[in-house]
Design a binder for this molecule. Structure first.
Ligand code: DX5
Ligand code: ZN
Length: 213
């Protein structure tokens, strides 16, 4: 199975965000992973729909928008309009996960749910038919450059089993490096998010290729 690489622009140079998006596109990324943080659900603050709209013309690749915001539901439409292709909400932030997933799909976007490291996979059991993607957090969300939490490998394997033959992407986010990418993929992930591992040096193409190997 081929694995998709989704560089997280959290580790990009924010002063040159458009050029950075263009650079990872040309370096061969599959998706662009966009981390939205509200300083409330997570202890860090990034950007909102206006910035996403501003960088949208710099690539035609899939915008994978990871909403680390609570509440998420009132803002979903704004992110859809800003140019998101996939909208991912956190199970812990959403009192009405089923409704949010339906809303995302009703806007013509792919719907994803993200699980913090301490959240069990059982939360997705009754929304499987409304999901296009499951995002397993392998660090506590909020910051780039943290270490991969090994216990998440087991969760990835379990979710892969739950997905079965459904067309649901299994994405892993946090601490993914060229050293552990093969283990994450072997556990069942088909989309790997990488922030620091892509942006650590200027040769984004080499860094993306190293993750793919
Ligand atoms: C963490 C974000 C991640 C982060 C990954 O809250 O959701 O997308 O940018 O960064 P690395 O790959 O450096 O762990
Ligand atoms: Zn993320």
């Amino acid at each position: 199975m081929t694995v998709k690489i989704a560089p997280s622009i959290l580790s990009a140079d924010f002063a040159r965000l458009g050029e950075e998006v263009k650079a990872i596109d040309e370096a061969g990324c599959d998706w662009v992973h966009i981390d939205v943080m509200d300083g409330h659900f997570v202890p860090n603050l990034t950007f909102g729909p206006a910035i996403i709209k501003a960088i949208r013309p710099y690539t035609t690749k899939v915008f994978d928008v990871h909403l680390m915001i609570d509440p998420a539901q009132p803002y979903i439409e704004d992110y859809a309009k800003a140019g998101a292709d996939i909208i991912v909400v956190h199970a812990e932030a959403d009192k009405h996960l089923d409704r949010s997933l339906q809303l995302i799909r009703s806007l013509g976007k792919k719907a994803g749910v993200s699980l913090n490291p301490a959240t069990p996979e059982s939360v997705i059991e009754y929304v499987m038919d409304k999901l296009d993607l499951v995002l397993v957090m392998s660090v506590n969300p909020g910051f780039g450059g943290q270490s991969f939490i090994e216990a998440q490998l087991d969760k990835i394997t379990r979710i892969k089993k739950m997905i079965g033959h459904r067309m649901i992407d299994l994405e892993v986010d946090g601490g993914v490096t060229a050293d552990n990418a093969h283990r994450v993929a072997a556990a069942g992930a088909n989309v790997l998010v990488a922030g620091s591992a892509v942006f650590k040096t200027k040769d984004y193409a080499a860094n993306i290729a190293a993750l793919r190997r």
